[in-house]
Structures are given as structure tokens and as C-alpha cells.
Design a protein around this ligand. Sequence first.
Ligand SMILES: [Zn+2]
Length: 188
Amino acid sequence: MTLSFEMTMLLEFMRRVDVAALALLLACAAIASCDSAKSNQAESARIRTKLEAIPLDQKVQFTNDEWKYILTGRQYYVLRRRGTELPFANAYWHTHEKGVYFCAACGNPLFSSDAKYDSGTGWPSFWQPIGGDAVSAASHSSFGGGTETTCARCGSHLGHVFDDGPRPSGLRYCMNSAALKFVKAVGN
Ligand SMILES: [Zn+2]
């Protein structure tokens, strides 16, 4: 079948319009996503600056919307949604280096490597927090008989504490790696 000259021209015209419209649409989408990436970056920079301006001995009270801007998806799931990572498939379960574990949300020092021990559970385990008031234990949620623990500074979920730990405390702070940020001791 042969199309008339007019019909062929019409189809060609429509094809070009489609291509042009598609190109315009893609350009708009690219500009829009670029703009929103820029504003996300600006917002996370703003929240980081706000966090850094709060002295370590003061509490941090951010909304989950604010935390979302500065935490990774995995950190947000654990710290703000009380998620639990898989055993043996997390960053620090087998870390033996000397250093300090900080809250991955607010930077509060939580545990020293001196109190870390191999509990055989596949999660980083400690027999005591670095300071008496660094970690809070509350009964918001329980996990296999443990009591929920949160960062005393920002209220983010860390893991659970059990009473089957080693001496001298007899406690086992069973933590999620995503809730922690390990900083190696200098000279190690
Ligand atoms: Zn914290």
C-alpha cells in the first residue's frame, strides 16, 4: 500500500512533533530532578550545620523528616524506625580494633572498644556503655527478652540490652552496626 504524498507528510510532521515533545518533556524532568537534588543537598547541609551547632552535652530533638535528610536509608530504618539488621551481615559484628563507637545519628560517644566482646550473636556486643548516661534503656519495644536501648542524646534506637552478658556488669548491649559509627583510636 502506498500512502498519498499528503498523508506521508502528515505522518512525518506528527513524528517530528512527537520527538520534539518527548525531548522537551525529558528536559523538563531533568531540570526538575536536578532542582530537587539541589534543594535536598541544601536542606541536608542546613540540618547538618544545625546539628553541629548543638553542644555535645545538650539533647538533639529532630523530627523524622529532618533525620531523613542526613541519614542513609539503612541508618534511618534502624535508628528512626527501630529496625534490626541481620546478624553476621552488618559492619561491626567482627570488629576488634581499638576506638570509640558513636551514635550514627547525632555523634554522641556510646561505647568504647574496651567493652566490646564476641557474644557469638553476629551483632556488635558490649558489656557497658562508655558513660553511665550515654545510653537509655526503655521498654518501648522488646526483642527476645531484651529491653530497647536508645541514644540518650537524640533518642534514636540502637538495639537492645539483655541480662546474659559477661562480668562485671552481666549485661549484653546488642547493637545494630547501622546505629553506630566507629572511629579508630589514633595510632592503631
Ligand atoms: Zn544519638
